[in-house]
Design a protein around this ligand. Sequence first.
Ligand code: TXA
Ligand code: MG
Length: 319
Amino acid sequence: MIPIGSDIAVAARYLNEGECVAIPTETVYGLAANALSEKAVAQIFELKQRPAFDPLIIHLASAERLEQYVRVIPAAFYKLYEAFSPGPISYVLPKKAIVPDLVTAGHPTVAVRFPAHPLCQELLQTLTFPLAAPSANIFGRVSPTEAGHVAQQFSHGLAYILDGGPAKVGLESTIIDLSQEKPLVLRLGGLSLEEIESALGEKVAYTKSSSSNPKAPGMLSAHYSPGIPLTHGKLDLNLAKVNRKRCGSISFCKRISGIPDHNQRILSPKGDLKEAASKLFAAMRSFDKETIDVILAEEFPNEGLGRAINDRLRRASVS
Ligand code: TXA
Ligand code: MG
């Protein structure tokens, strides 16, 4: 059993010793280690069973020491940083040599994030190095939004799980590439495209996930598998094909007729996309394999965080 607690000093001690520790952030829990130590970072890849071509995000308390790690900081960074950091956004910037190639999977850029979670902030402030941290799940599975989810996936290899309660945002950070002339969103996440566009005062392009996009390997289409087949789309079409008694459902604000109540996950009865986002991953992992053959997930409104919710559900449905 991996020890779980909320003692920052314990977490810091293990991280200083080069161990892996699960950390709470406002988006999802991370599997963290010293980003400047190849040996520590190698353990993350091994524990997660993550392919080495998929780069990691580094986490800092603030931009105060950012220049140690990146070569160029464009004006767009400061605009977004002022508006949204600390918070659910990661910035891809040209890296300096101090950031190990293992962290960036050989890319000349590094993704940097400043998490808002108070416990995580406090931890980062006590450390002299950034933390490399992917979501704390086995590669390809649903990201953990509670300390208990991490404990369910890992039985060893982690020194400690720092418990900061349920993640408030519940979707991974939005990743924006600022290393090219034009900003490009590589992954939709906890910060909406609309908010980014309004802070930058311009339209921003985003890449859709694919099975062969080397620019954002984590955008591989088959990801977020809940371990039970999931279909995503118009509910009435999919409902016609299944035995409703053995169905689970994920819907935005309405009940679905014919599906037993205890198999329904209505993410926000009041119709709030932020609330729905915060509940999505816990809902995806809450179904019982013995009694459920298929999960039917509704198409959410394609705006605000609804876009990122649809992205995760679409990828969970590819198997
Ligand atoms: O909210 C989050 O971002 C969470 C928390 C723990 O901070 N982290 C997270 O990490 O979701 P991970 O490893 O599951 O996803 C990071 C994604 C990967 O898909 C990777 O492809 C992309 O970030 N990425 C990292 N560095 C990159 C780079 N230099 N260029 C392009 N994409 C990069
Ligand atoms: Mg992940």
